[in-house]
Design a protein. Structure first.
Length: 354
């Protein structure tokens, strides 16, 4: 299911990369889990502004340093962060949603108050006054973004926790309004799906051994990915879950190809358009606390969708990475991994060369 890198295919990697750079129809950046760190949030936005081709910016919640159940205080905390996110971004659209640190609806209320370029992808604002929080959507040509606020249950200590049935209802309401039909679906959530690779797998840092490796994602989100054949899922929440998983949906069964992205690297996902509903790429961008954010570029040929996913670091590559590249005998562009499903790569190369 994946194609490891070797020197003989570097030219093909460079060819695909150049094609995506020239013909990408969608380019966006994603980050989350700043946990009150305004300076790193500002740094992320600065790098978003410097990316002239980026049309959308994603922030998947946990804006506050501590979870806050007092709605007045929560609004004030979230507004401090979102106000920064609305500055000097030209025509870019900023998708925002609440995480487990935010009371449901607060992020949408504040973004609605502050106005453009903020867009509350996590909650449809027409029902805020009713105290219920359905998901929301945004259409961009043949791509539909769908989002939902909050997370599945954790330990009843966080204001953004929801039941799995509530998350399922919220997502279904968003689909009902979006009517995606043949659109490419990009799902944006705070929580990862349950047991889809290591995206929701807890690490050892600061946790008792009984929690190590425990899967804490949402079953409702996983079910949504399978049911609607989501093309791309972007999430955060589990800080150590940085990386990507290719999830193949086979007659109700799930096959996972997993990649923990520990380096400053790029991966590629290619799928035949006719098979789009059979696989989902799930990407966890980690946390801004660890300087991580991700960049996405989507391009297509007559028959294929090509998605490039780059792990980025605030401030650029670290010194060790720069030195390693300079000392490398072959410093040409290369993907650390290519995920593909039911295709012949040579056919993709032929279409790119047309």
């Amino acid at each position: 299911m994946w194609w490891a890198v070797n020197k003989e295919i570097h030219e093909k990697h460079a060819l695909i990369h150049a094609f995506i750079n020239e013909y990408a129809s969608l380019r966006f950046l994603s980050a989350g889990d700043a946990h009150g760190d305004i300076k790193r949030t500002q740094k992320y936005l600065y790098e978003c502004m410097n990316d002239k081709h980026c049309s959308h910016i994603v922030f998947t919640g946990d804006y506050q340093a501590e979870p806050e159940r007092n709605r007045v205080h929560a609004r004030s905390n979230v507004k401090q962060v979102l106000r920064e996110m609305g500055k000097n971004l030209d025509d870019r659209i900023v998708f925002v949603l609440g995480g487990n640190y935010e009371l449901l609806g607060v992020t949408s209320e504040v973004s609605l108050e502050l106005g453009e370029p903020l867009f509350p992808i996590g909650c449809s604002t027409d029902m805020l006054s009713e105290g219920v929080y359905p998901g929301n959507y945004f259409k961009n040509n043949d791509i539909v973004f769908i989002g939902v606020e909050g997370t599945n249950p954790i330990n009843q200590r966080y204001p953004g926790e929801r039941t799995e049935s509530d998350l399922e209802w919220a997502l279904e309401r968003a689909v009902e309004k979006a009517s995606p039909l043949n659109n490419i679906i990009v799902l944006i959530t705070h929580a990862p799906p349950y047991n889809c690779g290591s995206r929701d797998s807890l690490g050892a840092f600061g946790l008792p051994s009984t929690y190590w490796g425990k899967h804490v994602g949402s079953t409702a989100i996983k079910y949504f990915l399978m049911k609607y054949g989501v093309f791309l899922h972007v999430c955060g929440h589990v800080h150590e879950g940085v990386g990507a998983s290719l999830c193949l949906w086979r007659n109700g069964n799930t096959e996972i190809n997993d990649l923990k992205m520990t380096a400053y690297e790029a991966i590629l996902f290619i799928i035949n358009k006719r098979d789009r509903s059979k696989a989902t790429l799930c990407v966890n961008h980690g946390t801004l606390e660890f300087w991580n954010y991700f960049k996405f570029k989507l391009a297509e040929t007559d028959n294929y969708l090509l998605l490039e996913v780059q792990k980025r670091r605030l401030g650029g590559e670290d010194i060790l990475t720069k030195i390693t590249k300079k000392l490398s005998l072959d410093s040409r562009f290369k993907y650390s991994k290519i995920f593909y499903f039911n295709i012949d790569l040579e056919d993709v190369i032929c279409e790119i060369k047309k």
